[in-house]
Design a protein. Structure first.
Ligand code: FAD
Length: 352
């Protein structure tokens, strides 16, 4: 741990509880991966799995795994690791709410070098669509298999998993990370997974963070096994929820908008865009009684998410926040990356 005080050895490093601020998908995925590796973990958060506050993004996600474009090779790998974990859950743990689905992606422009085409390196059954298999106004299209996660099932599943592995949750709002240092004087590792909270925590105040409102249409239909994604300037997706016999239609990104009210103009536009992509799934005018609406605030960050470590006194503070519209697609890969960061600190203590 760099300059850490090595003389302070009781309790020994591996037995000191790791404190995670935030119990969204990022904090919880990190907790699961750390617990599976034998570490002791406590999560402190204002909102816990099962809560439905608009600011608690993890309750409202689509949540599809889609290969992000414009990211570094390292971050692609984080996403790939996450895909591996989600695929295993889909195959072995039906309670997790993760499902394998077919996908169709229609691409507006010829794919650039850093486009989401890298997905072909990990997605099963990836193939280029033939002309005639995608609308003529697109440049090309891809078919593959991906995974979708139903957050209304996954977050409670993850809460139970964490508890069964020995992790604990404390419901508490803090105004600064320093409050946690005082509450847990024995702990040496703190993980900040507070999403948008990092904008206002006194000792973080990350001004690159900003809230980004999302609003989706929840459409009940038995035709719910194919993910559609429009890759380009128009941000349109159809995310299947096979376990709930529904699809999620989106999307929209509204920076600094915190309104909980459903905007029906946006809802109608999302239905129209989804109908254009997949008329066999979404009719032009779906029956009103089959529709409901989802509103949530994404924890976005200019320049992308933060994943790094800082030595603060004799503590190591790991930051993992700012995942915007991709927190589920990165989650378990971030969890594994945090495990490696914790192990690096542990190793520096063991190997004097
Ligand atoms: C409509 C919509 C659709 C989406 N679709 C997808 C998708 O298809 N695929 C995908 O990968 N992602 C999707 N996302 C994005 C995804 O939901 C987020 O990236 C993810 O949930 C962020 O998780 P998080 O844990 O960082 O933050 P959050 O879920 O917001 O959790 C933050 C945690 O920190 C706690 N906290 C914050 N401040 C404090 C404080 N001061 N004191 C105590 N606790 C604090 C909160 O209580 C909470 O527990 C979507 C989001 C929305 C809104």
């Amino acid at each position: 741990m760099g300059d850490c005080d090595h003389s302070f050895i009781d309790p020994p490093f591996p037995q000191r509880t790791i404190i995670i601020l935030g119990a969204g998908i990022i904090g919880c995925a990190a907790a699961r991966q750390l617990l599976l590796n034998g570490f002791s973990v406590t999560l402190v958060a204002e909102h816990l799995p099962g809560d439905q506050d608009i600011s608690y993004a993890s309750a409202w996600a689509g949540a599809a795994w889609h290969a992000a474009g414009g990211i570094s090779p390292e971050h692609r790998y984080v996403q790939a690791v996450c895909y591996r974990h989600l695929l295993k859950m889909a195959r072995e743990e039906p309670d997790s709410g993760v499902c394998i689905v077919d996908a169709r992606e229609y691409v507006e422009q010829p794919p650039s070098k850093d486009s989401s085409a890298w997905g072909r390196t990990i997605l099963p059954k990836f193939r280029d669509l033939n002309a005639g298999e995608y609308p003529t106004d697109f440049n090309c299209g891809w078919a593959y298999q991906t995974v979708v996660t139903d957050p209304t099932r996954h977050m409670p599943y993850l809460r139970d998993k964490i508890k069964s592995l020995g992790g604990t949750f404390i419901r508490k709002r803090v105004e600064a990370l320093e409050e946690l240092y005082a509450l847990f004087p024995d702990s040496r590792i703190f993980i900040n997974a507070s999403g948008n909270g990092s904008k206002t925590l006194f000792d973080v105040q990350d001004q690159k963070c900003f809230p980004e409102r999302g609003q989706n249409v929840f459409y009940r239909t038995a035709n719910c096994n194919t993910f559609y994604f429009q890759n380009g300037k128009t941000y349109t997706y159809i995310i299947p929820r096979p376990l709930s016999q529904a699809v999620i239609l989106g999307g929209v990104k509204q920076r600094d908008n915190l309104s909980p009210e459903v905007d029906m103009d946006i809802a109608r536009d999302e239905i129209a865009r989804a109908h254009y992509l997949a008329p066999e799934i979404v009719p032009e005018n779906p029956p009103e009684e089959s529709l409901s609406y989802i509103v949530g605030i994404r924890p976005s960050r200019e320049g992308g998410f933060r994943l790094d470590s800082e030595q603060i006194g004799n503590r190591l503070v790991l930051s993992a926040y700012g995942f915007g519209g991709g927190g589920y697609a990165f989650s378990y890969g971030i969890g594994d990356a945090l495990v490696k960061m914790v192990e690096t600190a542990e190793k520096s203590i063991v190997i004097l």
